[in-house]
Design a protein around this ligand. Sequence first.
Ligand SMILES: [Zn+2]
Length: 702
Amino acid sequence: MRFTLLAGCSITLTFILTGCGPSSGSQPVLAAGTAQPNAAASTPPTTKGVIEVTLESVGLDPLALDRSVDPCSDFYQFACGKWLEQTAIPADEARWTRSFDEIRKQNELELQRILEQATQSATDPDTRKLGAYYGACVDEGAVDAAGARPLGELLEKIKRVRDKKALASVTTELHAQGIWPFFDISPVQDPRDASRWVANLDQGGLGLPDRDYYLRQDEASNKLRALYLGHVQRMLSLAGESEARAQAGARDVLQIETALAKVSKSRVERRDPKNMFNRWERPELQRAAPTFDWAGYLSTLGLAQVQDFNVTAPKFFDGLEVVLASSSSAAVRAYLEWHVVRSLARELSTPFVDESFKLEQALTGQAELRPRWRRCVDGTDDALGDLLGRAYVQRSFAGASKPAAEGLVHAISAAFGTELARLTWMDEPTRAQARQKLEAMAYLIGYPEKWKTYDFEVDRRAHLPNVLRARAFDLKRELFKIGKPVDRQEWQMSAPTVNAYYDAQRNHMVFPAGILQPPFYDVTSAAPVNFGAIGMVMGHELTHGFDDEGSQYDARGNLENWWSPEVSERFKEKTACVAEQYSRFEALPGLNVNGQLTLGENIADLGGVKLAFGAYRELRQTAPEQVSADGFDEDQQFFLAVGQAWCAKLRPEYERLMVQVNPHSPPRFRVRGPLSSSPEFAAAFSCPAGAPMLAEPACSVW
Ligand SMILES: [Zn+2]
């Protein structure tokens, strides 16, 4: 998986291998039909009439609730308990969520229908291309019959690597096809002038999910590395190596990757943009790693004119030189061969797919491989995202959702403005800068204005060459941006994706059509429920503009400090509270959430709930009546919607992986964290002092 320098954060992160407390004297369980009195100073007018409806009619799931749990003791369990009891993680999934994954399942079926139809009857060239790509992918017979043959040409070239020149030229050729040994190259927005693209050179070249997998010495890590060694060996055997060479090759691979891991930055170090932007001129690159033929590399990738680079991890390139200069040709050949096989195994015949899945299984606990059609829907989305996205939007995106979602974002943005005006820890100059950034923030909803085109050949009879051409085309399109102006309207997710993101360098939020569906968003749901679900997501993305990373960028997306020193100090104290609170959450026995790794996401979750609540209250202030849903008042409905959007089951292996590499906290803490610091939550459920759902101290940033 390539980790791009997307200076922003999605609401959830799907892991791809390539990509709570005892009750103490709190109120009794909330019984149906007994709306709790609100105790907060911000209580809405109580003189309103009350309309009685059901939970279902407002968009909540009564069957997910566990009413035997005290909401002030463990609200996540209260909102999701029965759902957790009754839901089994499908055998071919590592996790299951009531929102993201349920919607994704529906989307996949819709995309499958689109693609199946495209394979059968297509009149226009775009639909034919979709049909041919998907058709070649699902043709398991043809893929199996081809075996390892489609790799032949690449593996032959690797076999001829005897010197450093050949090493550089083969590495270049692999990069050009989206296979990433040693390091990564991509465009990145210039940190000092976000309107322009520059070339970004990044650490890379690992086969395990993170550098720490190579460096940790505990028993579980040692065991996983032993498993990895066997896996690399079997993959090299499948690629045609003799038993002895595969065994020696696997040891070489682990040695090279360990050396690269040692000079790689940690995920926490990579979260600070100041660490990630280092400008190098060409001579500096040449000096750091003289063994590599940079001139040839850049020229082949169409970057002959590029003179300056952003280098994310300068020490990595010094270390790369040591690896390149000291590794034997045989070791380098094994390493390159392994990266070809690992990168393409899932597109090859069954033995490769099965072996590739074994490592994934060890890392995520997933019991079964996904059926081929699902993998091919994903693959087609990767290769031809906007062709598929356009067809999906035409068929499935209700026109009314777009203006409705725009209205919600406006309300969230206004809520941030209101909060900003009354924050006591701000001084006026910094507040004015924050307001400027808020006003400059753009949001893109549903689908892009301009769809991408895909000018490469797709052959209905041969899957792997299609994959390589798609990757090569995509990389070319990306690298072509270098030196050119940035298009702020460009999307980094396809329209069917069930996710959203904020990009700090473009200062915009993106909400694809895929996520604008129940239970996140439904035109028929009540306002508190829509705000608790999708509103929280929107508030989350907006707050990313002001989290510990986002706050380092100004309104134009430049890495520019706009904070007065005193306010900056207070901000650090506030974010330290969040880091400490989440570090106390125990995900698995002995494994706590990493408060530093997840800091930006947790700040965004805290802000997301607060902004969405403020926006919902503002909207309902003038409503003539209060709606009571099976006894839950509107504030309570809002918090139930927050909780139920995050009902999730995770396999323990997946949760362990997530805690180690994912910047998002596990779902139950995404409910517990923000709500336990929310006075509005405590008031809505009349939680008494000392209740487990009241964080001590409560944290608040925005
Ligand atoms: Zn996020």
